[in-house]
Design a protein around this ligand. Structure first.
Ligand SMILES: Nc1ncnc2c1ncn2[C@@H]1O[C@H](COP(=O)(O)OP(=O)(O)OP(=O)(O)O)[C@@H](O)[C@H]1O
Ligand SMILES: [Mg+2]
Length: 262
């Protein structure tokens, strides 16, 4: 079963009188239990895609299926419910509540979901233990390092036990050692069967995923495995390297091995 499936997904933003097309015909298929890294230049539409997948925004055309469920016909409440039940978000700048302790931050989504205070506390403690922060439960975000803040944010994303974790540049504000620690944690969650989709600019972090999807100008241009082997190519006007097929067709290509970028 696919955890995430988009069909001809498109997004156009309207700014003043101007239509700005940002995503074009994106067919993304993430199998259940996969760990996928989305890569691409700044402005290529990665965050927009992640927001659409996480039901934080609505597409202009096309639709999103999550865990086999079509989300197109859901009203605002239905979308909120699907988001709550199916996805946990992790952001580059953590988005923790500054006045709340680590424990309270992790408890928060459970409060909105109506979980009893006792259960919230127990689960938040267990999650903070899982991310290695048992000794920091009472600390406020400004008393935590970047890596610790991100681990709190990951614990919070897990609070309602979602099958899918969406992370937008989760290591973007972290040094490389801390980034590797966060990726190791993601790998563990992946090993436990969660589906993870992360956006990253860092090839090393991308390779913690089992698949890397390259995006250019709002289109998926190719898919690689973590050794750099190109598995699928979807040609666009910009994709001049690599074999091409008729526009819009997806070809399985096992011809080209990309060098590791430093
Ligand atoms: N709410 C919005 N209104 C208008 N334009 C938007 C909006 N959100 C994003 N865009 C535009 O869509 C394009 C893609 O933005 P997006 O944030 O998805 O890029 P990104 O790939 O995540 O880039 P980065 O690596 O810098 O985070 C950009 O050109 C941006 O200006
Ligand atoms: Mg972005």
């Amino acid at each position: 079963m696919l955890a995430v499936q988009t069909r001809r997904l498109g997004k156009t933003f309207r700014t003043g009188d101007l239509d700005v097309p940002v995503l074009h015909e994106v067919d993304l298929a993430v199998p259940r239990g996969a760990f996928v890294s989305l890569m691409g230049p700044s402005g290529s539409g990665k965050s927009t895609l992640l927001h659409l997948v996480g039901l934080l925004d609505t597409p202009t055309v096309g639709g999103v299926r999550l865990m086999g469920r079509d989300t197109r016909r859901l009203d605002a409440d239905g979308r909120a419910r699907a988001r709550r039940d199916l996805v946990g978000f992790v952001f580059q700048s953590f988005h923790l509540v500054p006045s709340a302790s680590a424990l309270e931050n992790v408890m928060l989504p459970m409060a909105f979901a109506g979980v009893s205070r006792h259960k919230r506390k127990k689960r938040a403690e267990a999650l903070l233990e899982e991310v290695g922060l048992t000794d920091r439960v009472k600390h406020k975000p400004n008393e935590l390092s970047g890596g610790q803040k991100q681990r709190v944010a990951i614990a919070r994303a897990l609070a309602l036990d979602p099958p899918i974790i969406l992370a937008d540049e989760p290591t973007g504000n972290l040094d490389s050692k801390t980034s590797r620690e966060v990726m190791t944690l993601f790998s563990r969650l992946h090993g436990e069967g969660r589906t993870i989709v992360q956006v990253t600019h860092d090839e090393e972090m991308a390779r913690y995923g089992d698949r890397i999807i390259d995006i250019r100008d709002g289109r998926i241009v190719q898919e690689r495995d973590r050794t750099g082997l190109v598995r699928r190519v979807r040609p666009t006007a910009e994709a001049t390297d690599g074999p091409t097929t008729a526009l819009g067709q997806v070809a399985d290509v096992r011809l080209k091995r990309e060098g590791v970028r430093p």
